[in-house]
Structures are given as C-alpha cells and as structure tokens.
Design a protein around this ligand. Structure first.
Ligand SMILES: [Zn+2]
Ligand SMILES: [Zn+2]
Ligand SMILES: [Zn+2]
Length: 357
C-alpha cells in the first residue's frame, strides 16, 4: 500500500530549468545522514570572543557601526582573512583552458548584534530593521565605489556545518568582480521567460502561490483530472513580502522571501519595505526554529547584478532572499549528479511551517 502522501518525482525548478530536484518521500525510505542540530547558545557576552563588546581591538577597524561606534549594536569590519582583496596586482591571465581572473574585491563581516548568542528570530523588530538597512547600505556603497564590482553577495552562515567559524551571530558580504553562477543563471533564465511570456517568472510564481486552488481538466473530455492546492506553498505573508516554500528546491526546508510587488534591486527598498521584510523574516525564522529546533542554516540575498549582461533585466528579475536550513548531508549521488534529493515533500514542509506558530 502506498501512503497517500508518498511522492516520488523529479521536479524542474521553474526559475532555473537547468536545475531539478528529486522529491522522494516514500515511506520506509532509508533516512539520510542528518546534519547535527546545535544547542541554543544563549550567552550574552563571551570574554574571549573577538566579536563581543570590549574586544574591538581583536578585529580590523570599524567600517561602519550602528547607531554609532561608541554604543554599537551592529558593527561592520573588514574580514581578517578575506577571500578577495584590494591588495593584489595580478592581471587577468589565461593559459590553455585555465583562466584566472584577478581576485579583486571586498570581504566584510557584519556583526549582527552586540549580544553574542542572539538568534535572528529573537532580535527586536527595530534591531532587524537596522540590520537589513546595514545590508542595503553596504551593498549600495560598494556598488557605487567601484564599477569593477559586478555583484555584492550578502549572506549569513549559522552553525559550523553551514560554514560559520565564529559562534557570535554575524553575516558577511563579499563584493566581487564577477556575477556568481547561481545569480547569473537566474538572470538569464528569467529573461528568457520574460521574452516568451511577457511576465516576470517570480511574479507568476507568487500569483500561483496566492491562488488557492487550481483544477487541471482533461483536454479531450473536459473532465477534472487533478485538483491542486497551490496556496499550500505560502509560509508567511506580510503586507509587502511573502515567504514561500519553493515547489522544487535543493533543501528540504528551503524558504524564499520575495517582495509581493515586482522589484529587481534590493538596494531600492524603502524604510516601509524594510519594516515589513523584517517582520516576515523574523516570523519565518521563528517557524523554522519551532519545526527544526537548532538547525544550522545559510541565508543570502539575490538581487540584480550591476553589469552589462544584466542591463535591461529590471522587468524580468525579482530580488529575493533564500533561506537554506542544512538538515541533511548531501551524498555522492547529489554532488555527482547535481540532482538533490528531498525526503520531505515541499507541500508537507510548507504545511508544517505554516502550522508551527
Ligand atoms: Zn561574542
Ligand atoms: Zn517580478
Ligand atoms: Zn535566487
């Protein structure tokens, strides 16, 4: 007997059709290697932590601080071990099939909160608004500072499995001379979708997510073949933003937050947008913590790049944040094939997240 909720299908990512995911929620499926959950570190201050108050001399100097350097609650510094820098004078070189581009760029650390173990869902609305504004402002300043910079990636790693080496809550920003492949693929695919359908693919997905039921009729007989409840992908809804569980995503509990109104550039957000975004983010993180308790995760922003290839993409690209909880360890099959396996169906994941609060 097959359980009603059993799903075993390959789903094509509607935004980047070159990506697909294997949804295999069959009962009795051997559980995958689980990623560790980490206990909540509720310490407010740790004497030896370089990001805690009083230890400012253990980090490179402050780039910016909110509300001010003396009473900082958020502090931005250069990364002590930058992956890209402004000090190299290497020129672009290529030899045979091997091409090298100068590793020019900026790598900054954003200390999200002065309180060491503060989780995103515990931060006050005012604080989260300040943090989102810092993300926006740093991005804008770096883009304007140097036209060689094509992309500024703002991201957060939480937990060692997600790549965080320091426990104090922090985010990072890398400004780079190339457009990262994931963003590039989204830009190109959504442009192709726009040319064909005269509509933004992200907006179309939001419209679909907000439609509560869709009926598929048989073309020949007109009979109802299948009813699908598409509203089931909505996790959280604000006035201006929506959090959705993508229909085909690499991580079981992946959630995306998008502006409801079409907007390509994250740096154009208004204070009202920031306020609503912060509320939606806080509640989404709260839902994830309620369901997953202590899951390690990454989140990052995808916005329209500043380069020639993406000029004219304002109508087709739609900025968003992707939240990727790291609950299982990718296997050789996944790395080798690029086909990620999801053992919780996106529909079930969305239901559980929606019912969490
Ligand atoms: Zn600390
Ligand atoms: Zn759109
Ligand atoms: Zn994206």
């Amino acid at each position: 007997m097959i359980d009603e909720k059993t799903v075993r299908e390959i789903r094509i990512n509607p935004i980047t059709p070159s990506e697909s995911v294997l949804v295999a929620s069959a009962r009795g499926l051997r559980p995958r290697q689980e990623e560790e959950r980490i206990p909540h570190d509720s310490r407010a201050h740790v004497e030896t932590c370089p990001f805690c108050k009083g230890n400012e001399d253990k980090t490179p100097p402050t780039i910016t601080a909110m509300p001010d350097e003396e009473n900082w609650e958020i502090r931005v510094v250069r990364n002590l071990f930058p992956v890209l820098g402004t000090d190299s004078d290497q020129k672009n070189i290529s030899f045979g099939m091997q091409q090298v581009m100068d590793g020019y760029g900026h790598h900054e650390v954003i200390i999200d909160h002065h309180n060491h173990g503060m989780e995103v869902y515990e931060m006050s609305h005012e604080h989260l608004e300040m943090l989102i504004a810092v993300y926006r402002n740093r991005m804008e300043e770096l883009f304007n500072s140097d036209e060689r910079l094509k992309y500024v990636l703002v991201f957060k790693n939480f937990g060692s499995a997600a790549g965080a080496s320091i426990k104090h809550t922090h985010s990072q920003l890398i400004a780079m001379p190339i457009v990262p492949e994931n963003v590039y693929n989204e830009v190109i695919s959504s442009q192709a979708y726009f040319r064909k359908h005269h509509q933004c693919v992200f907006c179309s997905l939001i419209d679909e997510a907000l439609t509560f039921e869709a009926t598929i009729y048989s073309r020949e007989s007109g009979e109802v073949r299948r009813k699908i409840d598409v509203g089931q992908y909505v996790v959280e809804r604000g006035e201006r933003f929506i959090a959705i569980k993508p229909f085909a995503s690499r991580y079981e509990w992946e959630v995306h937050i998008l502006p409801l109104e079409h907007q390509s550039d994250f740096t154009k957000i208004t204070p009202e947008d920031i306020a609503d975004f912060s509320r939606v983010l806080k509640r989404t993180m709260q839902r994830l913590d309620t369901v997953l308790g202590g899951a390690q995760y990454n989140y990052y922003f995808h916005t329209v790049p500043r380069c020639e290839e993406s000029s004219g993409c304002d109508e087709s690209y739609h900025w968003h944040m992707e939240i990727c909880p790291r609950t299982s360890i990718p296997s050789g099959f996944e790395l080798g094939s690029g086909l990620f396996i999801t053992t919780v169906s996106p529909e079930d994941a969305a239901t559980r997240l929606r019912e969490a609060l």
